[in-house]
Design a protein around this ligand. Structure first.
Ligand SMILES: [Zn+2]
Length: 315
């Protein structure tokens, strides 16, 4: 442990990514279709000219980036699975020990001809292929904007499959009320899945409270607006909710003014359990090392605090 701390300290102080990559750590907020770095992406899709995302406040710029760059590839099963593998290869390359990556249920409709067992089969195969190099935990990803009640049967089937460790609502936070997912999360709880949801990124502290309460969340993805309401921070702390925060993603989507004043500091100081993660490397061009380094260089956290957060990500 002491040795790990010394390696961690040297890696950050000397800006040594290679050393950092040798240490155990989790990336617990990662989207399978967008988690690749540009190098692995170019290796697997050499003909494809990937644009650079420009920092923008408007979520439509993110939607457009995905539309222009990813959708074309992901219309085929092979394209989607190759993107998943690029994400895993990136994580292995960055020395990630535990990768919690969300994979979208809509693939069953889009590329598997409504046959969920084939999707499950492919997910198992990928996990097996890399099992000696990385621990992969799949989260069942549910797009908040695209979800329809008629998808419930497939979603419930996937929850029952035991391939998923967790469930995670992502996408446009303001598009649909959270209570419509109540039954799905009730079922996920019964099957012992970790219950995650993207809230408090574009929404308010109250949205975070409502989601924790309604869906019995164990984990909030982002949740940074919680700092605007101390009562809700207290509520989340009492419920032992973990916050998987992605500072560079928040910066590039203009959710925060700068890293120095990023809410993660207040969250940590209040006693909330926080972790540091990458979200979408393909868009934000950030490795986990970049996230940790930036938080140190901008004096958000000390080396000791960052190391404690790294260890927490392995729980
Ligand atoms: Zn996310």
């Amino acid at each position: 442990m002491q040795n790990d701390f010394n390696i961690f300290k040297t890696s950050i102080l000397e800006n040594n990514k290679e050393l950092f990559n040798n240490l155990p750590k989790g990336d617990l907020h990662n989207h399978a279709l967008l988690g690749s770095n540009r190098n692995f992406f170019s290796l697997k899709f050499p003909q494809f000219n990937l644009e650079h995302f420009t920092q923008n406040e408007d979520i439509t710029s993110l939607t457009n980036f995905i539309k222009n760059n990813i959708i074309k590839i992901s219309t085929t099963k092979q394209g989607q699975l190759t993107l998943f593998e690029c994400t895993i290869l990136t994580a292995i390359n960055d020395g990630i020990s535990i990768l919690e990556m969300s994979v979208d249920y809509r693939l069953v409709y889009e590329v598997y001809d409504n046959q969920s067992e084939k999707y499950i089969h492919d997910l198992i195969k990928i996990k097996e292929k890399y099992k000696d190099k990385i621990k992969i935990h799949y989260d069942l990803g549910i797009s908040r904007n695209a979800y329809k009640i008629e998808h419930d049967a497939i979603i419930m089937e996937l929850i029952d499959s035991t391939i998923f460790n967790g469930i995670d609502i992502f996408g446009d936070e303001l598009s649909k009320p959270i209570y419509i997912f109540k039954n799905i999360y009730k079922h996920a709880k019964k099957r012992n899945l970790k219950r995650k949801a993207h809230v408090g990124e574009f929404g308010t502290a109250y949205d975070v409270y409502e989601a924790i309460k309604t869906l019995h969340l164990n984990v909030v993805q982002h949740g940074i607006s919680i700092i605007n309401d101390e009562k809700i921070m207290k509520y989340a702390k009492n419920k032992n909710v973990q916050f998987n925060v992605c500072p560079i993603s928040n910066l590039k989507l203009c959710r925060v003014e700068d890293i120095k004043s990023h809410p993660i500091k207040k969250m940590y100081e209040y006693g909330l359990k926080v972790t540091i993660n990458t979200d979408d490397q393909l868009i934000f061009e950030n490795s986990l090392f970049d996230e940790y380094s930036l938080l140190f260089n901008e004096k958000v956290f000390s080396i000791e605090q960052l190391n404690e957060i790294r260890i927490n990500s392995l729980d």
